[in-house]
Design a protein around this ligand. Structure first.
Ligand SMILES: Cc1ncc(C[n+]2csc(CCOP(=O)(O)OP(=O)(O)O)c2C)c(N)n1
Length: 609
């Protein structure tokens, strides 16, 4: 059969599956699927090379469905390719199925969770960068909706792709004119998209997105371009069904049984074709063999050192034993000290400039292709990428994030630079480890622990230099804690982490003079919190002062309160007001988290009956 005919038939099969699946599920986005059926048919059954037996085959081309709400069509493509059964399509959105409403990597072929629009192109940039780094001559395809192109993150990614010369990246824009509640920004002004992508340094090609020869020709031209290519495809939402085509009001609505029958009558019988025969196997490529150690030679520290500095040093040491470690920076590497890694391993270092959302998306993509990305910026600026970080969690991403300059202890720069919400951002993400070291050696231990851990992890580092508390080479496992001071007579436990540990230790010395022994616990693993902390607090009379350089909600205090579940008296010292510029010690004092405040709190809680 001629290729055009075959792909037309496959496209129609994908379309029919999508309508049926969404009606069966009782929800979903059939009109969204319908507009991209020909685009997907050409991609999955002619253009891309992939080994249907192994989603992680290094020889595969990669696909990202940025418009994640077209998931039914993606599942239909995998069924037609013989990767999943056609019967399983009828389980769309069931709790027992991996075919979710929007893609997640529970379905192994999905490299990143999508559905929060505007993120897929950054993931594509990450995958494409990983291919370049691994000298893999494969390509990455990202399908975007026109509506989602209003997201700034799309343009952060577009910028980076051109700068990085990603000729292996192809974005396919499904320009169907409609969004969720109305028309999109440029409707059918395809020139507008072409102009924008070209302005960002891309190659751009306009086509009719339902015309198979035009799609194939554009994909071919994309491969010949030295730039990333945007295929700007004019399509019709609800294509193939007269009462849905280009009609507002049908977004995200499945057809009822009656309407489905009318639609199927118009679409005609399921075309007879074995799509599996059209899947193109890749030539086998050898995956680079990378060292993947996590135990690195520890540095020696004899004097006060900032944990951010120790992070930079640890990363350089880690880079020696682990070739999969890559470092991504958003123009703050001289503050986070990631610059040490950049100097030591320039090929594994990626400057993505001041674009934090894109930075996280790139990390998801690189991790999905087997690299171990470390991303560092000011903790405050990670908030900018909260949605991408959340989606990294939902992607089970093995990405490591580092937030420096946390809390009021950064001093003079003022509140816009202070990470005071970051613990509340990371703690709720399922499976995300949150580590907050207090000295150089605990930083090294935490870096080792987060490297060993398979999943999302966050390291919170501080700006000021802090005294050395631990021994070189000491382990800091996720879910652990350290008891720094204790006696049989402890009257109160003080739980702290990071900068406040040093305040707690000062308070300990002063209180000792007043004959008030306290137990000092370093809760460096804020998430998960060490269950043993409960026992330690019980041994100190179930009275605890918890102190943190973070806003009151969502941080260490909340974590401890839920661990203790009412078992102990808790006094929680945290930042309650909008802070201001000043000296670090002045700010710790002003916002109630200094040694002096800890002392007062201890005395207060002792009196409490
Ligand atoms: C960040 C984000 N904002 C809003 C939504 C809700 N939403 C889902 S689909 C959609 C419209 C998308 O339009 P378009 O990208 O053109 O895709 P189409 O369905 O038309 O193919 C919206 C607003 C979302 N999923 N993500």
């Amino acid at each position: 059969m001629d290729k055009k005919k075959a792909l037309e038939k496959i496209a129609q099969r994908l379309r029919i599956h999508s309508f049926k699946m969404t009606t069966k599920a009782g929800s979903g986005h059939p009109t969204t699927c319908s507009s991209m059926a020909e685009l997907a048919a050409c991609l999955f059954f002619d253009e891309m090379r992939y080994n249907i037996h192994d989603p992680f085959d290094w020889s595969n081309d990669e696909f990202v469905l940025s418009k994640g709400h077209a998931a039914p069509l993606l599942w239909a493509a995998y069924a037609e390719a013989g990767i999943i059964s056609q019967k399983s399509l009828m389980n769309l959105r069931k709790i027992t199925s991996t075919l979710e409403g929007h893609p997640t990597p529970r379905m192994k072929w999905v490299k990143a969770a999508t559905g929060s629009l505007g993120q897929g192109l950054s993931v594509g940039v990450g995958l494409a960068l990983a291919m370049k780094l691994g000298k893999c001559p494969r390509r990455v395809y990202v399908v975007l909706g026109d509506g989602e192109c209003a997201e700034g993150a799309v343009w952060e990614a577009a910028n980076q792709a051109a700068l990085a010369g990603l000729d292996n990246l192809c974005a396919i824009l499904d320009i169907n004119r409609l969004g969720q509640s109305g028309v999109t920004m440029h409707e059918y002004d395809l020139d507008a998209y072409e102009r924008k992508f070209k302005a960002f340094g891309w190659n751009a090609i306009q086509i009719d997105g339902h015309n198979i020869p035009q799609i194939l020709s554009a994909l071919k031209k994309a491969k010949q371009s030295k730039k990333p290519t945007a295929i700007v495809a004019k399509t019709i939402k609800g294509k193939g069904v007269s009462f849905l085509e280009d009609r507002n009001g049908w977004h995200g609505k499945p057809l009822n049984r009656e309407d489905l029958q009318r639609a199927l009558d118009e679409l005609g019988p399921m075309p007879e074709i074995d799509a599996k025969k059209y899947v193109r196997k890749p030539n086998k490529l050898k995956k680079p063999q990378l060292k993947r150690g996590f135990r690195f030679a520890k540095n020696t520290y004899s004097k006060e050192t900032a944990t951010r500095r120790a992070y930079g040093n640890a990363l350089v040491s880690l880079g020696k034993v682990n070739d999969s470690v890559v470092c991504i920076d958003g123009d703050v590497k001289n503050s986070t000290y990631a610059d040490s890694f950049f100097a030591a391993y320039p090929k594994r270092s990626f400057d993505v400039f001041i674009a934090e959302q894109n930075m996280v998306g790139i990390g998801i993509g690189m991790a999905a292709r087997g690299y171990l990305p470390f991303l560092a910026t000011f903790a405050a600026f990670l908030c900018r990428a909260h949605d991408q970080i959340r989606m990294a969690g939902y992607s089970f991403s093995n990405m490591k994030l580092v937030g420096s300059h946390v809390g009021v202890s950064i001093g003079a720069d003022g509140p816009s630079q202070m990470g005071l919400e970051d613990l509340a951002l990371f703690r709720p993400i399922p499976g995300c480890a949150v580590l907050y070291p207090s000295d150089a050696y605990s930083t090294e231990g935490c870096v080792e622990a987060m490297t060993k851990y398979r999943g999302l992890a966050y390291l919170r580092t501080s700006r000021p230099a802090t005294p050395i508390l631990y021994k070189k080479g000491e382990a800091f496992p996720i879910g652990g804690s350290k008891v720094l001071k204790k006696s049989q007579k402890d009257k109160v436990a003080v739980v702290a982490a990071g900068i406040t540990i040093h305040e707690a230790l000062k308070a300990y010395e002063d209180l000792k003079k007043d004959n008030i022994p306290i137990r000092v616990i370093d809760a460096y693993s804020v998430q998960p919190l060490d269950l043993k902390i409960r026992t330690e607090i019980a041994k100190a009379g179930n009275k605890v002062v918890v102190v943190e350089d973070h806003f009151r909600s969502g941080g260490l205090g909340d974590a401890l309160a839920s661990l203790l579940a009412g078992e102990a008296d808790i006094l929680h010292l945290a930042v309650d007001e909008l802070p201001r510029s000043g000296e670090p010690h002045e700010l710790l004092e002003k916002y109630g988290i200094s040694a002096e405040h800890i002392k007062q709190a201890v005395k207060q809680i002792i009196k409490k009956k």
